[in-house]
Design a protein around this ligand. Structure first.
Ligand code: PLP
Length: 432
């Protein structure tokens, strides 16, 4: 698709939505209702897929099917039914591998993001007296900050010296690859682990996973990525990036539901490696798992990090959601996403520049769906606009001190939604 000749008219937006090859996917989602000023329920304008993606209609039947198998089969549900529970996590593998650009044996759906981060740091953060620092970005998401700091302490080191927080070198809190390279040139010999986001949650900046990995490996550091905001948003090539490991959650762009089962990636070159790990029976080689012996022999690859038999009722919604990604395909989603977020950015710049200021990089290759938007005039004005939008059924989210995050998700957002946002901001501006 060629870049569109954007126009701020509802006829234009509606024509784009009508021509959108992914347009029908919106009907596969439940859009939360909002009460219009005359009291009738209408669809809200939902831009919060960066926080909690919407429910696919197929989820209810997928969960009910497992409840029915449980009712009818009891323990036999592990071996019978359309999708026997014993191998349930396997049914998600190929879709996950496609979404993150990995080999099937490199990905698994398990636990939640924070748990997976700790489990993989047990194996991939192996500090020594000479090399025990971790490089993260300043202003990292709290879980990531707490996880790396607690791991540093757990190994008996002092976060004051062992935690290196990369400061932004560009306006609006953005970090260039050159800044990462400078940090590695300065501290690389003492850095054990480089732990950075795929997309930074506050600024919306996308990072160059392959570029970062190549640099960090040159300095002998291990590399892990937090893909919370990148998975299902950007097409990723995790295997080719060379990253050692990655983790993500599935309730944001993946629409897996509140507290959904997260995911983990371990690069194929570590598939057979003997690494320290915290083990459980679900990581045990399937040929011997049910012999229930004392010897732990892990499944090669990321599956060997599984602890517990998987939560079927939590995996069922995610499986239903990933099936949508399989049909839509990441390249088509990205193509629409570029146009949709491009339209939102164009509207802000063409119509709202006196009210709003986009924090997220303007280079589309350095961002995903999300635009982090600062309201000119300070926090109180920002809060006032945010609340005005919420009252009008326009759902974004607020990040202190002054940022509204608006994320048009290509599976269910429309060009018309972006226009609704811009018109509401304009009305609010006229109200003074
Ligand atoms: C959403 C998010 C998390 C959440 O972690 P959970 O363990 O799923 O609660 C962690 N890190 C980042 C960067 C996030 O965006």
């Amino acid at each position: 698709m060629a870049m569109l000749d954007y126009q701020a008219s509802s006829d234009w937006a509606r024509a784009c939505d009508a021509a959108d090859p992914l347009g029908a996917f919106r009907d596969e989602f439940l859009i939360p209702p909002h009460e219009a000023s005359d009291g009738t329920p209408v669809d809200s304008t939902y831009f919060c897929g960066n926080s909690l993606g919407l429910q696919p209609r197929a989820v209810r039947a997928a969960v009910n099917a497992e409840l029915d198998y449980w009712a009818e089969l009891g323990v036999e549900g592990h071996f019978k039914g359309r999708l026997p529970w014993l191998d349930y996590h396997e049914y998600l593998r190929d879709d996950l591998a496609m979404i993150v650009g990995a080999q099937p044996g490199e990905v698994v759906a398990m636990n939640t993001l924070g748990v997976n981060l700790h489990l993989l740091m047990v194996s991939f953060y192996r500090p020594t007296p000479q090399r025990h620092a971790i490089l993260i970005e300043a202003g990292a998401f709290p879980t990531d900050r707490y996880a790396v700091e607690s791991q540093v302490r757990f190994h008996g080191f002092d976060p004051a010296s062992a935690l290196i927080e990369l400061e932004a070198d560009e306006a609006n809190g953005l970090i260039s690859l050159a800044a990462i390279e400078r940090a590695l040139a300065e501290h690389g010999a003492r850095i054990a682990l480089v732990m950075l986001p795929g997309i930074q949650y506050r600024t919306g900046q996308a990072f160059d996973l392959q570029g970062i990995t190549a640099l960090a490996h040159r300095y002998g550091c291990t590399v892990g990525f937090d893909l919370a905001h990148a998975v299902g948003n950007l097409p990723l090539q995790l295997h080719d990036s060379g990253a050692d490991f990655a983790i993500w959650c599935s309730y944001k762009y993946l629409n897996g539901g509140p507290g959904a089962v997260g995911g983990a990636f371990v690069h194929a070159r570590h598939a057979q490696a003997v690494l320290p790990r915290f083990a459980g029976w679900w990581g045990q080689d399937k040929a011997t798992r049910f012999q229930m012996g004392p010897q732990f022999a892990p499944i090669p690859g990321v599956d060997g990090w599984q602890l517990s038999n998987p939560p079927i009722l939590a995996l069922a919604p995610l499986r239903a959601s990933l099936e949508i990604f399989r049909r839509a395909g990441m390249p088509a989603l990205r193509e629409k996403s570029l146009q949709l977020t491009g339209y939102l950015e164009w509207l802000v710049q063409a119509r709202l520049a006196d009210v709003l200021d986009v924090v997220t990089p303007s280079d589309p290759t350095r961002r995903g769906a999300q635009l982090s938007i600062r309201v000119r005039g300070g926090r109180a004005r920002g809060r006032a606009l945010f609340e005005y939008l919420m009252q009008h059924g326009i759902i974004g989210d607020w990040r202190e001190p002054d940022v509204i995050r608006i994320s048009p998700a290509p599976l269910y957002n429309r060009f018309a939604d972006c226009l609704v946002f811009a018109q509401a901001v304009q009305e609010w501006g006229w109200l003074g």
